[in-house]
Write a protein that binds this ligand. Structure first.
Ligand code: NAD
Ligand code: TYD
Length: 362
C-alpha cells in the first residue's frame, strides 16, 4: 500500500491544532484530515476560513474510536499523523481527571495501535517515510527551583498534576511503540503557548477578557510562578521542522526563550488593554483589578525550556518576542468579540463559577 501526501491531524479544532492546520494550508498546502471530537475546547469556527476548501476535511470523532481511526487511515493513507488531541487544562484535571486518562492515555494508545497496523501494511518506502508526531508538554518534567537548569530532553520525568501525568504516560507509550515496533515516532515537549483561538480558561485569554470587562483578575498564590511563553505560530513552525527533518525516535523540547512571572504577564496585559480599549469607569488602571486568590493545589513553581537541541539539529528558533506576541494576542481578542462571545457558552460559565467562586472568597 502507498501513502498520499495527506496528513492526519488530531485535535485540529483546538487552540494549537487549529493554528497548525491554518498555517499548514498556507505554508505547505497539501490536504489535511482533521479528526476532532469537538469537546468544549474544540471549535469548528476556528477553521471557518477553510470552509469549502477541498484541502481540509473536518471529521467529528473520538481518537478512542479504533474503528473510525483505522478507517480514516485506510481511506486517506496519510504520510504523517500530527497528534494534538488532548484534555489540556491543569485545573480541570484536578477537578475531574477521568477524561484526561481516557483521551490522553487511552486515546493516544488507540491512535498508536491503529497507526502501527496502517504503517505495517505500507510498502518499504512508505514505512521509511511515514511519521507520527506526538505533541506533548514541558509539564512532564515537573517543577524547577529558581536557579535550576532548564528542562532538557534528558531531564527525568516527574509529572505533578493529573494532566502532566496523563501526558507523561502518553509519551512513554510513544517511546515504547518506537522502541518495540519501530514506528517512526517523534515527540515534542513544549512550553506554554499563547496567541489567537486559545480557549479563555487559560491564563492569558482569561486575563485579557476579564480586564476588558472590568472583572477581577484572579492570580493564583503570590503570582511568582514562572512559565516559559511560546507564541503559537512559532510552535507550529517548530512542529513542521520536526516533521520534515526530525530523527525518528527522538524527542525535541520547544520553548520561547521567554520566562516570565505570572504577575508580570498579568500586569503587561492590563497595560495593553488600558492602551487599546476605552478606560473603565472609576478605574485609571486595570492593574487594580488584580486579585490574589487561593493557589492551585500542587502548583508547579517554574518551567523553563532548554531548546538548544532543536536549534542545533533542525535550525529552528522562535521568531516572536513576548512583548510583540502579547500585543498581537491582545489585539486579536479585542478584534474577535463574536468568537469570544460564542465560546463563552453556558458550559464555560459553569466552569468559571466552579473554579473561581471559592478562590475569590479567600
Ligand atoms: P485544546 O484543549 O485547546 O484543544 C484540544 C483539542 O482536542 C480540542 O479541539 C478537542 O475537541 C480535541 N479533543 C479532545 N478530546 C478528544 C478526543 N477524545 N478525540 C478527538 N479530539 C479530542 O488544547 P491545545 O492547547 O491546543 O493543546 C494541543 C496539544 O498541545 C495537547 O496535546 C496539549 O497537551 C499540548 N500542549 C499544549 C500547551 C499549551 O500551552 N496550550 C503546551 C504544551 C503542550
Ligand atoms: P495555565 O494557562 O492554566 O497553564 P499551565 O497551568 O498549563 O501552565 O496557567 C498558567 C499559569 O497561570 C499557571 O502558573 C497558573 C496561573 N493561573 C493563574 O494565576 N490564574 C488563573 O486564573 C489561571 C487560569 C492560571
Amino acid at each position: 500500500m502507498k501513502q498520499t501526501n495527506t496528513i492526519l491531524v488530531t485535535g485540529g479544532a483546538g487552540f494549537i491544532g487549529s493554528n497548525f492546520v491554518l498555517s499548514w494550508i498556507e505554508a505547505v498546502g497539501t490536504p489535511v484530515v482533521n479528526l476532532d471530537l469537538l469537546t468544549y475546547a474544540g471549535n469548528a469556527e476556528n477553521l471557518a476560513s477553510l470552509e469549502g476548501d477541498p484541502r481540509h476535511l473536518l471529521v467529528r470523532g473520538d481518537i478512542n474510536d479504533a474503528e473510525l481511526v483505522g478507517s480514516l487511515l485506510r481511506e486517506h493513507r496519510p504520510r504523517a499523523i500530527i497528534h494534538f488531541a488532548a484534555e489540556s487544562h491543569v485545573d480541570r484535571s484536578i477537578v475531574a481527571p477521568d477524561a484526561f486518562i481516557s483521551t490522553n492515555v487511552h486515546g493516544t494508545f488507540t491512535l498508536l495501535d491503529q497507526a502501527k497496523r496502517f504503517w505495517s501494511a505500507l510498502d518499504d518506502e512508505g514505512r521509511r517515510d511515514f511519521r507520527f508526531v506526538h505533541v506533548s508538554t514541558d509539564e512532564v518534567y515537573g517543577t524547577l527551583g529558581p536557579d535550576d537548569a532548564a528542562f532538557s530532553e534528558t531531564t527525568a520525568y516527574a509529572p505533578n498534576s493529573p494532566y502532566a501525568a496523563s501526558k507523561a504516560a502518553s509519551d512513554h507509550l510513544v517511546r515504547a511503540y518506537h522502541h518495540t515496533f519501530g514506528l517512526p515516532m517523534l515527540t515534542t515537549n513544549c512550553s506554554n503557548n499563547y496567541g489567537p483561538f486559545q480557549f479563555p480558561e487559560k491564563l492569558i485569554p482569561l486575563m485579557i477578557l476579564n480586564a476588558l470587562e472590568g472583572k477581577p483578575l484572579p492570580v493564583y498564590g503570590d503570582g511568582g510562578n514562572v512559565r516559559d511563553w511560546l507564541y503559537v505560530e512559532d510552535h507550529c513552525s517548530a512542529i513542521r521542522s520536526v516533521l520534515e527533518r526530525g530523527r525518528p525516535g527522538e524527542t525535541y523540547n520547544i520553548g520561547g526563550n521567554c520566562e516570565r512571572k505570572n504577575l508580570d504577564v498579568v500586569n503587561a496585559i492590563c497595560d495593553l488593554v488600558d492602551e487599546m480599549a476605552p478606560p473603565l469607569p472609576d478605574q485609571d488602571s486595570r492593574r487594580k483589578l488584580i486579585t490574589f486568590v487561593q493557589d492551585r493545589p500542587g502548583h508547579d513553581r517554574r518551567y523553563a525550556i532548554d531548546a538548544s537541541k532543536i536549534a542545533r539539529e533542525l535550525g529552528w528558533s522562535p521568531a516572536e518576542r513576548f512583548e510583540s506576541g502579547l500585543r498581537r494576542t491582545v489585539r486579536w481578542y479585542l478584534d474577535h468579540r463574536a468568537w469570544t462571545d460564542n465560546v463563552r457558552s453556558g458550559a464555560y460559565l459553569e466552569w468559571i463559577d466552579h473554579n473561581y467562586a471559592e478562590r475569590l472568597a479567600r
